[in-house]
Write a protein that binds this ligand. Structure first.
Ligand code: FDA
Length: 311
């Protein structure tokens, strides 16, 4: 219950412009750089430097340029062009070619056809250069349309894309079966958005149990799934299930958010598992940062202590 209240509060605050400005002044800039634990920086150069450090430590990465609230076709076009430029910069830098994107960044709330066109531009731009593009799963009003657009692209022959499913949605088991039928790559997460009770499980144990069931389905019948969680018990359950079924460690990967459970990331990697770190960056980092704070009360206490200490 407290979890839900904290999550709700922080999702609401994530829209506050005043807080955003305060955070930019006090939380992002060194030395008070708490946000930098979660966000690689505001520029592409900072993101590439973070990605290089991750790869140097033997892990893989995926970059996510944080753009929120695209509300016109022109803004969606700008975001798409920024992705195309980002791909050029990634190629020039020599780091791994893996991006995570949100369809709302490409105009999903403005015009569906434009969004599909923009996604196609990105998949075309990436496909010839070996990019893998992961389509993020957003709030539940977007679930069906996101899956529909993803499947349309898949049917048109785009194979350099993958999707995300959230275990807090009861529908995700059926969606995982469908993605397995297609042969599409799924990233499994618990789900980060505040959801109404009638749409999503709100009980933590139920979300975790659903995660484990879907993980097992993806591992046995899916195509190179990504198990994206910091939950040590679920990571252990994944390892145990894979070992019991003889599923080799190169047939799936673990994924983590930048700055969370680095100890577990390096431990898994040292034990021969494939680990990818999701590296968010960009000027629009505030809503993402607030979602991460809301997931863990200890983060909020840490920020408050840091601010009090430094002022
Ligand atoms: P849980 O929240 O139960 O946390 C387990 C443990 O992890 C905690 O006890 C703590 O130790 C640590 N932890 C978790 N969050 C932390 C935090 N913020 N700060 C510090 N420690 C923390 N969601 C979504 O809806 N759509 C998406 O497309 C994605 N994409 C995505 C990609 C990747 C690579 C990851 C890892 C996650 C996502 N998510 C996501 C977010 C996901 O839905 C979920 O909100 C977070 O991963 C937190 O849930 P956990 O599975 O870690 O479990």
């Amino acid at each position: 219950m407290i979890d839900l209240v904290t999550k709700t509060l922080f999702q609401t605050l994530s829209g506050s412009q005043v807080l955003k400005q305060l955070a930019s002044r006090f939380v992002m800039r060194p030395p008070r750089s708490f946000a930098r634990r979660f966000i690689a920086g505001e520029t592409v150069e900072e993101a590439i430097a973070a990605a290089r450090a991750i790869e140097a430590a033997g892990l893989m990465q995926t970059l996510d340029m944080l753009v929120e609230g695209v509300s016109t076709m022109a803004e969606a076009d700008v975001a798409t062009r920024r992705y195309l430029t980002l791909m050029d910069q990634i190629v020039a830098s020599g780091i791994g070619r893996n991006l995570s994107i949100k369809l709302t960044q490409l105009g999903l709330t403005v015009d569906r056809a434009t969004c599909v066109d923009n996604l196609r531009r990105i998949l075309d731009g990436g496909g010839t250069r070996g990019f893998f593009i992961r389509v993020h799963m957003e709030d539940s009003p977007f679930t069906q349309v996101t899956l529909d657009i993803f499947e349309t692209m898949w049917q048109q022959g785009y194979r350099n894309a993958g999707i995300v499913l959230q275990s807090y949605l009861p529908r995700s088991m059926a969606d995982a079966r469908r993605m397995n039928e297609l042969g599409a790559r799924v990233r499994l997460v618990k789900g980060a958005y505040k959801q109404p009770r009638k749409v999503a499980y709100t009980n933590r144990a139920t979300v975790d149990a659903a995660f484990i069931e879907i993980m097992q389905l993806l591992l046995t019948e899916g195509n190179y799934p990504a198990i994206a969680t910091h939950d040590e018990a679920i990571v252990a359950a994944t390892r145990a299930f894979a070992a019991k079924r003889g599923i080799a460690a190169d047939r799936y990967e673990f994924q983590f958010l930048h700055g969370i459970r680095r100890d577990l990331q390096t431990d898994l990697s040292a034990n021969g598992y494939r680990v990818r770190v999701y590296v968010p960056f960009g000027g629009e980092w505030f809503p993402y940062f607030m979602r991460r704070l809301g997931e863990r009360p200890a983060n909020v206490r840490f920020v408050v202590r840091t601010l009090l200490r430094d002022h």
